[in-house]
Design a protein around this ligand. Sequence first.
Ligand SMILES: Cc1ncc(COP(=O)(O)O)c(C=O)c1O
Length: 417
Amino acid sequence: MTTTILDKQETEVNEEPNSAPIPIPITRPAFDDDDIRAVSEVLKSGWVVQGPQVKEFEHLVSEFTDCEHAIATTSCTSALHLSLTAAGIGLGDEVLLPSFTFIASANAVEYTGAKPVFIDIDLDTYNINPEKIEEYLENKSPDDPTKPKAIMPVALFGLCADMAAINRLARKYNLRVIEDAACSLGAYRLGRHAGTEGLTGNFSFHPRKALSTGEGGMVITDNADMADRIRKLRDHGASKTDLERHLSEGGSLLPEYDVLGYNYRMTDIQGALGVNQMKKAAAILKGRRTAAQRYYRLLETVPEIVPPAVPDKYHHAYQSFVCLYRPGDNTPDEIYRVNRERNRLMAHLESRGISVRQGTHAVHTLGYYKNKYELEDFDYLNSYIADRLSITLPLYYDISKEEQKRVVETIHGYLNR
Ligand SMILES: Cc1ncc(COP(=O)(O)O)c(C=O)c1O
């Protein structure tokens, strides 16, 4: 007998209230026997590189997001690199992005030779603040040799950025919009899926995400020209994929290579995992959402922990459940003090077998960016606060009520000791 995630959703998760506390991970991928079978079938087939499974995975993501084209890649980082390159971003250009995001967003900009320009976030959504984007663009000197060419909003932790305001600015200042939706499969804004409101949307299938292919990424776009360029760039610049060549006459002749490309191809082993994960996407996302709603209720008794806000008409995918610990007083001394308290709380939870993390990092405080662009911690205050005061609680599609209660009771107990 094999067990699948869909079976598990039908029955209550087996819990033994009197057993010794087991570790609660920060997350865990939703793999089941079907995934194992899908992977072994690819291995048995002998075709393991980008092929029919990747094609099917792309088709399923394109349907799920209601976007015309989907192009699988090795990671979201490579997806972002391809999107920026295909959009013509390079040396002498600036790309505006939030200062609170995973470092990969900024790294992808650096790979193109363009300059990442950090913009502060809204502390309630953790996403880029459009007013700060406008402030930057308004004050930009025309004599500056680097020119703003694109905005890279990040739909952080499963919540879309304010794409209406961002697209308005993009039109006004003639900027491309490349959306980093790494965390946001299953997130919507006004009924539109994350990643569909810019020129491209870019997703990650790393195990910290709701759906995983081990490593993996996907670009989505409604722009046929971009899709075509990205497909070529992903595969060394080849005019035809191996699968197309294999299935067509004259397959013994190698394709044309007119552009400098990369090897960012996803394997069919990952593709098969992706296909299977997509079949369970609704169940996995529902499990996470149910668990997130439970946290909101449980945390009503812990005023020190502020759960994530969700603006009206936004549908949060809860890739991470990121809270703020005692936000309020924004003076440096107070932030340093509360940061030390948060770190002690996180260490306490770890000592009780409960994995927690800071949300993500303020990229401008990380050595490479801090040194290269001579940035100071307090240049982007909200990002600095989010870095120093955020705390991510464990969340996975089948986290049990008991596990969540244990997380919140352990926090409560520690804060009221
Ligand atoms: C916001 C954001 N952008 C980009 C990435 C990079 O994704 P990947 O690990 O698939 O390259 C991540 C991964 O955590 C992320 O959170």
